[in-house]
Design a protein around this ligand. Structure first.
Ligand SMILES: Cc1cc2nc3c(=O)[nH]c(=O)nc-3n(C[C@H](O)[C@H](O)[C@H](O)COP(=O)(O)O)c2cc1C
Length: 178
């Protein structure tokens, strides 16, 4: 089984969660699973206070982002896990644009988001609508801003998310586990 984990991250928190999810999926999946990770690059400078303000505005207006073309071919994977930070109670523009451009080609989806407090529902709804497909599972995480190194504490939640995804993509064959 081939799994692709894609994410956008402005300050590294979603990147850390995406990389934890990728390693847990690999650990649980074993030999039969390969996991690739790709970062989605927003070509707009989102750094500093001006970057922050522009980010909030673009997210709230649901603006299309200029993103680098994806290297991976989404349609070649059995499962695509998409990670976003929550911006203005919705998905980051780079992820909205990724979903619009590539989401429909995904055979199966998992969503994850990180946020300072709330907005996961809006983010996941925007991703689902842009991908035209419901995710098999979604993982919302509240993380202290800028504390990318603290995400290890979420390993149990990430593990449950990964277990759910693997089970949904490759359900146990009849008789197995009896
Ligand atoms: C422009 C902007 C808007 C944000 N809006 C929200 C929000 O609506 N709700 C929330 O809980 N956190 C919000 N946050 C906080 C981020 O979602 C949170 O810090 C996230 O973990 C950052 O992930 P990253 O390090 O991968 O960029 C916002 C951050 C930015 C930059």
């Amino acid at each position: 089984m081939r799994i692709l984990v894609v994410f956008y991250s402005r300050t590294g928190v979603t990147k850390s969660v995406a990389s934890l999810a990728a390693s847990v999926l690999k650990e649980l999946g074993g030999e039969s699973v390969s996991v690739e990770t790709e970062e989605i690059v927003d070509l707009k400078d989102r750094s500093g206070i001006l970057g922050y303000l522009g980010a909030g505005k673009d997210a709230a207006l649901k603006s299309e982002a200029q993103i680098k073309p994806l290297k991976a071919k989404v349609e070649d994977f059995d499962l695509v896990v998409v990670g976003t930070p929550v911006w203005a109670f919705t998905a980051a523009p780079a992820i909205r644009t990724f979903c619009e451009r590539y989401g429909r080609n995904a055979r199966a989806l998992g969503f994850l988001c990180t946020m300072g407090g709330s907005g996961d529902r809006g983010a996941f709804e925007a991703m689902e609508s842009a991908c035209g497909k419901k995710p098999l599972s979604s993982l919302p995480l509240v993380v202290k801003p800028g504390r990318a190194e603290s995400v290890e504490a979420f390993r149990p939640k990430v593990r449950r998310f990964a277990e759910h995804l693997l089970k949904a993509v490759a359900p146990a064959s009849p008789g197995e586990g009896r």
